[in-house]
Ligand binder design. Sequence first.
Ligand SMILES: Cc1cc2nc3c(=O)[nH]c(=O)nc-3n(C[C@H](O)[C@H](O)[C@H](O)COP(=O)(O)OP(=O)(O)OC[C@H]3O[C@@H](n4cnc5c(N)ncnc54)[C@H](O)[C@@H]3O)c2cc1C
Length: 378
Amino acid sequence: MDRANILIVGGGVVGCAVARAMAERWSDVFLVEQMPKFGMGASTRNSGVIHSGIYYLPGSLKARLCVAGNRMMYEFCAAHKVPHRNCGKLVVAHDARQEAALEQLAANGRANGVEGLRLVDRAAVRAREPHIEASAALEVPSTGIVSAEDLVKTLARMASEKGANLLPRARVVRMEPRADSVAVTLAEGGTDDPDGPTEETIEARCVINCAGLFSDEVAALLGNRKHRIYPVRGEYCELVRAKSYLVNNLVYPLPHAEGLTLGVHLTRTLWGTVLVGPTADYIADKNDYEGNRLPVEEFLRRAKPMLPELEASDLQLAYSGIRAKLVPPDHGGFADFVIERDAAAPRAIQLIGIESPGLTSSLAIAERVATMAAEILQ
Ligand SMILES: Cc1cc2nc3c(=O)[nH]c(=O)nc-3n(C[C@H](O)[C@H](O)[C@H](O)COP(=O)(O)OP(=O)(O)OC[C@H]3O[C@@H](n4cnc5c(N)ncnc54)[C@H](O)[C@@H]3O)c2cc1C
């Protein structure tokens, strides 16, 4: 049986960031991912936006880790040559009621420590985005975009260079708390493996659950059923190439009043394409990325108030991602990231409900988890 100081379940952006932070401090770090590659879940099926932190409840983990993570992300990307752009964004209003809501959003952002927020008029919007319709907008200069694929690869490479053991194609299937450790059983390989799946057990002094959509199921392997993840699919369309000139940067509507999502927005990617989305619909199956995809007309309906020139023929369906929501359907309201020691298995740290802004927050989450792990390993 292998022994580990730290075993991280899930090689998305959060697991890779945690592995890098741990490998800088500890030997015998294992990062275990069920898929053949790292970052194939939500981490590369998102908008790639480096969020500013304006939306979240002041004092919440989402607010604090997003604002800290935003700064860390720009520094990290610059230092390690991860493609990114600090392009800023506009949140647009269409009438006086929405303009009042922008003021409130700006006040919330300032309470969270977001700098440089400014309300601008229609002419200023037009100067930046000639095709966007708005009566006013909130300018958010610290927002940007990052190549999530390159970020994940860089974090995984750095973890490996610092000595972490990276195990793709290894799924955690059982966990059993022992006196000074947790015994973690992995099913390795798969049906395409000539030898079929084989099992191996690693005894870890500290286990960190970064399993994203499946983090509730991984927590349940230790008997922890306190939290449940409700999958919420977000679908994207893309503007056809000939129409990508319609959007220069990032343009958002006001977020949904019930707080479920930020609303269908327009994102100019690092590759010059323009994404329209994501939508938000609760689904039954955590692996269902493509069933019953929405028609382009649905994206048109939501984006047209911001971009009146848009036509259905300008849109083509693109990818989708699935959010790890803690809020049940028809419930509404704000749920914070859960990052806590497991009450019954104190050698485990549970990260549950790491939905947006999880990509932005990943480096700050990793620092927080490193401090918690140090208490377990001391
Ligand atoms: C549509 C959409 C848009 C978003 N836009 C943004 C954005 O613009 N900006 C932003 O900051 N955030 C955004 N997010 C949120 C962000 O993508 C997530 O918060 C982040 O990717 C979470 O990373 P993760 O590593 O926790 O999860 P994941 O990337 O899902 O990784 C979890 C990993 O765990 C693995 N795993 C699960 N169970 C097991 C097991 N038993 N054994 C081994 N491995 C296992 C999975 O295969 C997976 O690779 C968006 C999310 C979605 C869905």
